[in-house]
Write a protein that binds this ligand. Structure first.
Ligand code: G3P
Length: 215
């Protein structure tokens, strides 16, 4: 399973890359708004750090505007994947961009029917937002399971990119289901390595050695 980081923060991206687990980056307008550098400059910097896919989102909501923005974003670097909102105009844009050789990531997906359509239109990635479903007492992981079943039934090439993950178990459950990718905030990556017994065991090893060395 591939690990993407869900951030536009350069320090977080550099730190995750240094851990040797980073396969790509996802950004969105809300994440870009938290940073001071203009979005496109930021994307260029991110693409210098990460050679895997870097998702950059359009702001336009109609086909021609999405195409124009997507072409500008794709020109920033070869590894840019253009995030397109999963609406009717977005579906048309995914088809047009796929025909032009520009990779797309269908974002804001909340249902199996949306996932089916974007795969048919040729999206490289589908991004189901599981945390936001959990937030409204729905089951985010159930959506992942259903999308994986549909894609396997028909051998769709679109990769399932689990998005809006909030905690380590979202990552573990995604891996158990065989999702292709999880994108996660920096703090989720950091939490994945933590175990209290590791910390207690390490503290004991060091204390025991110190005691013995004293004697
Ligand atoms: O990749 C999508 C992600 O940024 C959404 O996450 O936590 O805002 O639901 P969240």
């Amino acid at each position: 399973m591939k690990f993407f980081i869900d951030t536009a923060n350069l320090d977080e991206i550099k730190s995750a890359a240094a851990m040797g687990v980073l396969d790509g980056v996802t950004t969105n307008p809300s994440l870009a708004a938290k940073e001071t550098m203009p979005y496109r400059e930021l994307l260029a910097e991110i693409c210098k750090i990460v050679s895997g896919p870097v998702s950059a989102e359009v702001l336009a909501t109609e086909h021609d505007g999405m195409l124009k923005e997507a072409e500008e974003l794709a020109a920033i670097a070869d590894n840019i994947v253009v995030k397109i909102p999963t609406i009717l105009e977005g579906l048309k844009a995914i088809k047009s961009l796929t025909e032009r050789g520009i990779n797309t990531n269908a974002t804001l997906v909340f249902s199996p029917s949306q996932a089916l359509l974007v795969a048919k239109a040729g999206a490289m990635f589908v991004s189901p937002f599981i945390g936001r479903l959990d937030d409204i007492s729905s089951d985010g992981m159930e959506l992942i399971s259903r999308i994986l079943t549909i894609y396997r039934n028909y051998d769709f090439e679109t990769e399932v990119l689990v998005a809006s993950s909030r905690h380590p178990m979202h990552v573990v459950e995604s891996a158990l289901m065989g999702a292709d990718i999880v994108t996660m905030p920096y703090d989720v990556i950091a939490k994945l390595i933590k175990h209290p017994l590791t910390d207690i065991g390490l503290a004991k090893f060091l204390a025991d050695y110190k005691k013995a060395a004293k004697g």
